[in-house]
Structures are given as C-alpha cells and as structure tokens.
Design a protein around this ligand. Structure first.
Ligand SMILES: NC(=O)c1ccc[n+]([C@@H]2O[C@H](COP(=O)([O-])OP(=O)(O)OC[C@H]3O[C@@H](n4cnc5c(N)ncnc54)[C@H](OP(=O)(O)O)[C@@H]3O)[C@@H](O)[C@H]2O)c1
Length: 294
C-alpha cells in the first residue's frame, strides 16, 4: 500500500538513494534537506514518480516548523505515515582532541536534530493511531570505534532514544525501528575526513591519524552501495510489524559480533591495533590547549 514517507538528509547518499527507491516502489516521498540544488536534481531524477522536496535543516527549529507546515499542505493535513530520520554526519578524531564546539555541533545534528524532527512529525501519527519512525543509527551505535568516539557516542544515544521511543509509542500504534548501516559508499567518508582534518593533530594521538586515514580509505574500498540500506528501509516500510533493529550489509556482521559478543578486553585489543592507537604518546600541553573553555 502506498505510504507517505518523509526522509531527512535526502540531498545525498543513503537518504537520496532511499527516496528514489521508495518512490519507484509507488510510495509518496517527501525528501528534505539543506541543499536546494541537490533537492532539485533529486526531483528531476524521480521523473513521474511522486517525490516532493521540502527544505529542512534538522538543527533549525524554525526550518523544522516551516517543513511541517509544508508537509501539512502537501498531505491535506494527514502528515506522514513513515518518518525516516537519516540526516547525520561523522565527527572524526580522538575524543579529547575534538573541540567542544564541534562535539556540540555533532550532537545538534545527529541527536537533538533527530529528536526535534520526531517531535514535529510524531503527533500526527499518534493522533491517527498508526505510523512508523525509522532512525538511521550505525554499526557504531553498537560498537564504539576509537578515533571516532564522538560520532559513535551520538549513535549510541540514537539507539537508547529509539529503544525508549519504541516502548513508549507502541501502545499508541507507532512502530520505531533502527537501521544500523556498516560501511556504505556515500559522501559520509569525505565529510568525516573533513571534520578529522580540522582536529588539532599535535596531541598524544598525532601519530595515530595517518593510520586511521589509511583505515578509512581501506574501509571505503570494501564498502557497499546505498542500495543495501534502501532495501532494508523498503522492508521496514512494507512490514506490518517491523523489527527493532536491522543491520546491513550482512557481510559486515562479523564486526557486529565483535562489538556485542566478545569480551570487552578482546574487542579493545583488536580495535587498538586496527586503528593504530597503540602509537599514542604523552603530549600534555596540546591536550590542555584543546580543552580550554569553549
Ligand atoms: N555511509 C556510511 O558508511 C554510514 C555508516 C553508518 C551510518 N551512516 C549514517 O547514515 C546517515 C546518512 O549518511 P550518508 O552515508 O548518506 O552520508 P552523506 O552522503 O554525507 O549524507 C548525509 C546527509 O545528511 C544531511 N545532513 C547533515 N546535516 C544536516 C542538517 N543539519 N540538516 C539536514 N540534513 C543534514 C546531509 O545534507 P547536506 O547535503 O545538506 O550536508 C546529507 O543529505 C547518517 O546518519 C550517517 O551517520 C552512514
């Protein structure tokens, strides 16, 4: 049955691919994002399929409010059947190297943004007594990765909020599911390399960054196309009762097993070597400077 689906962060990567995939399945897709030109090109590529583009910055309450008004107009007051909270980016760097203002910006998009958008679109679902909220988390929402701890912490937050929302909204007929992508070929890596480059590389982990850059490049080579996530999203949209969690691609399940089944001591040992963290050396002055009051 055709449903009205709103996707955040539809200007590129997973969100853009999912918008086209779901529209081609006959759903009505409201694609939202910050870059107007990218939304226009998505609309053009959708052709005769039902895709409407609405500007929305998930960190801007006025923008979210304006988007809700547009959605009400587009849907004759019905609202959306499925909300896909996908917008997000990765802040790289060792936890103590990342400027507190950048930590805040990461939380504003990945966590507070997701919550504010949910607060805007969930009431219509609650009023109707049915709907679905799909939160795009990450493999990093189950397995903390060194040198991207700030990012993975936001995805742990998304997991916890989704668990609570799932229990709280179930009696009201609204399902909540989490999608945990592994490594997917999108603009994500490029953005994360950009945020990592901004980090002061003079502290104890200075020598680690070259290693993590190489790991990121290697991961990218083995990454899957966004279709693997679009298929999962389509399964959730079409399911009567979606599961709580979906992980994809399947071939990266070993990483999930590493994160959830092995003793922490073993996981730490493996991750420290994979990410080259063993080459960290004391360098107190730079660390102090990085944590001056914001
Ligand atoms: N690719 C992976 O390997 C991977 C793995 C695990 C999880 N994920 C998650 O998947 C989701 C989608 O990422 P992606 O891989 O598709 O990366 P992407 O190609 O960089 O797409 C990210 C999208 O989020 C949007 N966005 C960022 N900040 C925003 C804001 N303040 N308001 C509205 N939109 C905003 C971007 O819009 P702009 O164009 O305006 O910047 C873009 O459309 C993210 O939540 C990410 O954490 C990705």
């Amino acid at each position: 049955m055709s449903q009205i689906i709103l996707i955040t962060g539809a200007t590129s990567g997973i969100g853009r691919h999912a918008a086209l995939h779901l529209a081609r399945q006959g759903h009505r897709v409201i694609a939202t994002g910050r870059r107007r030109a990218a939304l226009d090109s998505l609309r053009a590529e959708a052709g005769e399929h039902w895709v409407r583009c609405v500007p929305m910055d998930v960190t801007d309450l006025a923008s979210i409010d304006a988007a809700r008004t547009s959605v009400d107009q587009l849907t004759d007051g019905h609202g959306v059947d499925v909300l896909i909270n996908n917008a997000g980016f990765g802040q790289g760097g060792a936890v103590l190297d990342v400027d507190p203002a950048d930590v805040a910006a990461q939380y504003h998009t990945n966590v507070f943004g997701l919550l504010c958008v949910t607060r805007a679109f969930a009431p219509a679902m609650i009023g109707r007594g049915h709907g679905k909220i799909v939160n795009v988390s990450s493999l990093g929402g189950r397995l903390t990765l060194p040198m991207m701890g700030v990012y993975t912490s936001t995805k742990f937050a998304v997991e916890a909020l989704s668990d609570a929302l799932r229990i709280e909204l179930a009696p009201l007929g609204v399902h909540v599911a989490v999608v945990q992508p592994g490594s997917i070929r999108t603009e994500f890596n490029q953005t994360m390399q950009g945020t990592t480059r901004k980090v002061e590389r003079t502290g104890p982990w200075a020598a680690v960054y070259d290693h993590t850059d190489r790991v990121a490049t290697a991961f990218e080579q083995y990454s899957s196309g966004p279709i693997v996530i679009s298929r999962v999203l389509a399964r959730i949209v079409n399911a009567r009762r979606p599961r709580a969690r979906y992980f994809a691609p399947f071939r990266e399940s070993v990483l999930m097993i590493l994160g959830t089944w092995l003793p922490t001591r073993v996981t730490d040992f493996v991750l420290a070597r994979v990410f080259g963290v063993t080459s960290a050396r004391p360098h107190a002055p730079a660390l102090t400077q990085a944590w001056e009051a914001p």
